[in-house]
Design a protein around this ligand. Structure first.
Ligand code: PXG
Length: 294
């Protein structure tokens, strides 16, 4: 390793102060660790500009509000602190913003945690290989159902991702990269870290929020881009049958952006290749991320 180690100058924000990578840590009594009690956001940076920051911050505060987790700084202070962290990590492409319940007792009671912790990491993200975008992904549906909104609403982007992690394990165990999760009624909800869309007869379709899905920032952006391009968009009750017989299918997420899906549960979707509307939306999305702040 001698002489090979590159000096990592990245700094991590914790509660208003900056720490080097090796020194950035939180207490083992933090309920974020003990119970997965907290919320987070993953945000992209394109050409040193933060993509959809306001939308991510709004969702973060909504998730926290549902968990009765009072973030100790205002939204505008949070935005200022995110910008400061990005500035200090000039080659970053991805921000992970984490709010934990903070330090408490070994008991569950969140009201005994006086101060939530705020963590901002501005780093890089491992993207899917380019072949996935060219050839499309093959996915499967898995036994683990998406959390029921009545129990823990998937609209809360919480630190407890075990539901999605179990589904990911099932996909990987079967030799696939991504899983489609169904809700407790057997309808399609979303993937482990992405929303899902299909195209049928020129109409863009995605499961409605009532099916139990995260309201993805990328999902909303794609819906907007499609509408601007006069594409009809519907939020529906989607079944596996709809996916098997779709003309096109793709997933959306901050990290993945738009990734085509060409097979589900061994059924070939459309002609087995990324479709024209998927390709068009990928182009429009690329154009948007390339030109933000210009
Ligand atoms: N659904 C779920 C369950 C997610 O976790 C999305 C949809 C897409 O949302 P956005 O707002 O990003 O368009 C997510 C995204 C990962 C990973 O490694 C994914 C997410 C967060 C962290 C990591 O795939 N969330």
């Amino acid at each position: 390793m001698k002489g090979k180690r590159t000096r990592d100058k990245s700094v991590i924000y914790i509660n208003g102060k900056f720490y080097g990578r090796d020194r950035a840590g939180i207490s083992v009594f933090d309920h974020g660790l003990l119970y997965g009690d907290g919320v987070f956001e993953g945000i992209r940076v394109y050409n040193s500009r933060i993509f959809k920051l306001k939308e991510h911050i709004d969702r973060l505060y909504e998730s926290a509000n549902t968990l009765m987790l009072r973030i100790p700084i205002s939204k505008s202070q949070m935005i200022a602190d995110v910008l400061k962290t990005v500035k200090k990590n000039d080659s970053c492409t991805y921000i992970r913003l984490v709010i934990t319940r903070g330090v408490g007792t070994l008991g569950l009671n969140p009201f005994l945690c006086p101060k939530p912790s705020i963590i901002i990491i501005a780093d890089r993200i491992q993207l899917y290989p380019t072949s996935f975008y060219k050839k499309g992904l093959k996915v499967i549906t898995v036994p683990t159902q998406r959390n029921r909104p009545e129990a823990l609403n998937p609209r809360v982007k919480s630190l407890n991702y075990l539901n999605n992690i179990l589904a990911k394990i099932e996909a990987v165990n079967s030799g696939f990269h991504e899983a489609i999760m169904l809700n407790s009624y057997g309808f399609v909800s979303e993937c482990t870290g992405d929303n899902i869309f299909i195209v049928k007869n020129g109409i863009l379709l995605t499961p409605s929020l009532y099916m139990g899905v995260l309201e993805g920032v990328t999902r909303n952006t794609v819906i907007e881009l499609a509408k601007e391009d006069n594409i009809e968009v519907k939020q529906i009750v989607m079944s596996r049958h709809d996916i098997f017989n779709a003309d096109e299918c793709f997933l959306t997420g901050t990290a993945a952006e738009i990734v085509p899906v060409v097979e589900c549960d061994k059924r070939i979707i459309g002609n087995g290749q990324p479709g024209p509307m998927t390709k068009k939306l990928i182009r429009l999305y690329k154009n948007l991320t390339n030109t933000i702040g210009m």
